[in-house]
Design a protein around this ligand. Structure first.
Ligand code: PEP
Ligand code: MG
Length: 747
């Protein structure tokens, strides 16, 4: 950039800083900004359009257009040159605006007299807040240097808008992040909870977009880059000793951190008068709008790297974020784009509710949330943009709605709802020690799913008869390195002690799919859910499986022990896994350790193939547990994590029920105990239908035991079965409607 223009834009920013610092109302500030830009750029018109809602832009200040048009002229996103600038997130610069594609004549502004038009999106981190426009009568295109200066100013306006600088009496601008917002998503875990927003990745707030001294800012930027590079080098060194794949990823990452063109662009921004933080954000915004258009996966990946590096750099510059976890509020509602099970487990049960921008019901993070009975909403579009740390928020998991910064009426209605739920919980507590016995006298064993020591107190609290599924991988997920055998065996011993004689079905490690251990080499598989996971890993690399089996045997220390293998698809896999158990027992005997007084070794049926295994399998296995979450995804060929397809298929679909009946019959024939431990077992209507089909053991999250027992105790299973049979005979796709209609008159 030529020196003259550089100092011009610096001067402009200096004047802008004074105008913004003046003790003015929001509207007066906006007016001052447009006057100032028009003046210094010697152009007849300068206007600012800001979003009134997600789809509508409003003229909020102008120098040069009719003053009456302010707050009157509006256009939809994509409409006219202004709307197109916002929509395309790119600069539109034309010498002949009326001839330009998309031009819209707006008589109230007197616009037709202006030939040249330059619109620059006002954007912050890829989020378009409005458009800055200059126009002039003379037919000319604005020079690249002028456009650059406008981009710099637009960046400052974006920051100031975010900080609420243009809000005030009469300004008719609503403050961002201050109004109540209702966000609608999908239900992933029912329940209601009230709390304050706790961002998984806190937004960095830049309060000083304009610098006072470019020299100082340039030095700050250089120092921060230096820190960033050192940090990446350290990460790389750490990874070199353990993991070659990760090294490759980090090498690419380091290349970006060392990119001279990235640094040069930011240095130019700083020379033009932006603070170091604002310069980083400006280039990050550019990268994000390119990211939103990039179709090439490699380019997208690199732009993601750049985005991530920019965030790190911003945290270094502002000192924000590093200590973010330290100030977790008392009643945190976690807000995130998405979260993995390991990260969620790290936060622990302190979290009162979760709202995710993405996410899926079948993910393991969702299972953890359900196990803890934390209301969870997924697919809540815009939540990470709208929510700020500390904002009050209500999570209505029953309806999949989050109320951000709710007003008093919503708050009051919500508290009524929480009170009602508390009363329901009291009702369930009153039947806690009674059996889940139906009116026809059938006893159903209700068990609970667990995975952490912290889950065990729920065994007594929920009234569950045992732990039907103990997901051992959760213990591996919360660690940063592979646990040792002695550690594991101590942990399993604590689980058995806490269970106090009740049965605990330990499922051996089920990793792969969405359960990724950071300390194990990642597998780049095209479809990890159908890839190298669970028992497949256990059999191919038996070291960990052997260590786990040994730890379990030692933990049992002569008491009864129940173990099951995940994701068994064939009889031979079960046999091979069982052989590992036999070998482990032989080793223990040799070492003089006590063997369990009773050992049950079972298999999880999670793929349709196992239902058609030879009779010998059903005879050899001590029990079978149906993992409905995985089974359903393979039965319907519908990814459990893909919201779009997951919801198409009902668990009570007659074809799925026919399949379950087949499994039940085979188990009855061989006398094999059968249970169901997928999430569906905890849904009262599903549980009822499973019991009517013949399942006698259901394992579910602890909070479901009460509602399921409550319903089971009120029905006669023969009647339920008759209703289901009738729906099947009628050719219904699912029995849900028929059963739900029937239930209305029963309970
Ligand atoms: C299942 O698939 O139903 C199951 C219980 O296992 P997970 O959800 O852990 O895959
Ligand atoms: Mg499974």
């Amino acid at each position: 950039m030529p020196h003259r223009l550089e100092s011009e834009s610096r001067k402009l920013l200096g004047r802008l800083r004074e105008a913004l610092a003046a003790d003015n109302e929001g509207q007066a500030r906006l007016d001052a900004v447009v006057n100032l830009i028009a003046d210094s750029m010697m152009t007849e018109v300068c206007s600012i359009y800001l979003f009134r809602d997600a789809e509508t832009l409003e003229l909020c200040a102008t120098k040069g257009l009719q003053a009456e048009a302010v707050h009157q002229t509006r256009m939809r996103l994509g409409e006219g040159l202004v709307g197109r600038t916002a929509y395309s997130r790119t600069v539109i610069n034309t010498a002949d605006a009326p001839a330009a594609k998309g031009f819209r004549y707006m008589p109230e502004t007197g616009e037709e007299r202006y030939s040249s038009f330059c619109g620059v999106p006002i954007q912050r981190l890829g989020d378009v807040l409005g458009v800055l426009v200059v126009q002039s009568k003379a037919a000319r295109e604005y020079t690249p240097d002028e456009v650059y200066a406008l981009e710099i100013v637009a960046m400052v306006i974006a920051e100031m808008t975010e900080l609420g600088a243009f809000v005030g009496e009469g300004a008719a601008l609503s403050a961002r992040h201050q109004q109540p917002v209702m966000l609608r998503g999908s239900i992933a875990q029912e329940g209601a909870s009230e709390g304050v927003v706790y961002l998984h990745e806190p937004r960095v707030v830049v309060t000083n977009p304009i610098s006072e001294d470019p020299e100082t800012e340039a030095a700050r930027l250089r120092d921060a880059i230096e820190d960033l590079r050192k940090g990446v080098d350290n990460m790389l060194m750490g990874a070199r000793s353990v993991d070659t794949d990760q090294v490759q990823v980090l090498e690419a990452y380091r290349m970006f951190a060392n990119s001279t063109s990235w640094l040069k662009r930011m240095e130019e921004d700083v020379k033009s008068g932006l603070s170091a933080e604002a310069a980083v954000e400006k280039e990050q915004s550019h990268a994000r709008s390119r990211l939103s258009r990039a179709a090439d996966p490699y380019l997208r990946e690199r732009l993601h790297d750049l985005d991530d590096l920019s965030n790190r750099l911003l945290r270094i510059l502002t000192g924000q974020g590093a200590e973010a976890r330290a100030d977790m509020p008392d009643n945190p509602i976690l807000v995130a784009r998405n979260i993995g099970p390991g990260e969620l487990l790290e936060y622990g049960k302190k979290i009162r509710g979760i709202v995710l921008e993405e996410g899926s019901v079948g993910s393991h993070a969702a299972i953890v949330a359900r196990a803890w009975a934390i209301p969870l909403i997924i697919n809540a579009k815009g939540v990470t943009r709208e929510a700020l740390n500390g904002d009050p928020i209500l999570v209505d998991g029953d309806q999949g709605i989050a109320h951000l910064r709710p007003d008093e009426t919503v708050q009051a209605a919500f508290r009524d709802k929480i009170a009602m739920q508390t009363r329901a919980q009291e009702r369930y507590a009153s039947i806690r020690d009674l059996p889940a016995e139906t009116k026809c006298g059938t006893r159903i064993s209700l068990q609970m799913n667990a995975g952490l020591i912290a889950d065990l107190p729920s065994l007594a609290g929920s009234g569950a008869e045992g732990v039907g599924l103990f997901r051992t991988e959760l213990q591996f997920l919360i660690r940063t390195q592979m646990p040792r055998r002695a550690e594991l065996s101590a942990l399993y011993a604590r689980v058995l002690k806490a269970a106090d004689g009740k049965r605990v079905a330990f499922r051996t490690l089920d990793i792969g799919s969405d359960k990724v251990l950071t300390y194990m080499k990642p597998n780049d598989e095209p479809n990890p859910a159908m890839g190298w996971r669970a028992i497949r890993v256990g059999l191919d690399k038996p070291g960990v499986l052997r260590m786990q089996l040994q730890a379990l045997l030692r933990a049992a220390n002569g008491q009864p022990l129940t173990v099951m293998f995940p994701f068994v698809t064939q009889m031979n896999e079960f046999r091979a896994a069982r052989a590992e158990m036999d070998k482990a027992m032989a080793r223990e005997t040799k070492l003089g350790h006590a063997l369990p007084s009773k050992l049950d070794v079972g298999a999880m049926l999670e793929t349709p193939s196992l239902a058609y295994a030879p009779d010998a399998f059903f005879e050899e296995v001590d029990f079978i547990s149906i993992g409905g979450n995985d089974l359903k995804q393979f039965f319907f060929a519908a990814d459990r994590e893909n919201e779009r397809v997951r919801k198409r298929y009902d668990t009570l679909d007659t074809s799925f029920l026919a399949f379950l009946s087949h499994v039940i019959k085979r188990c009855e024939k061989s006398g094999t105990p059968l249970s169901f431990c997928g999430e569906d077992a905890g849904r009262p209507v599903e549980a009822l239908c499973f019991a009517a089909l013949g399942l006698r053991t259901l394992s579910m999250r602890p909070a479901s035991v009460g509602p399921v027992k409550h319903l089971l105790r009120r029905v006669n299973l023969d009647e339920v079965k008759a209703v289901m049979d009738e729906a099947i005979a009628n050719g219904d796709q699912s029995v849900r409607r028929a059963v739900a209609d029937w239930l209305v008159y029963q309970v």
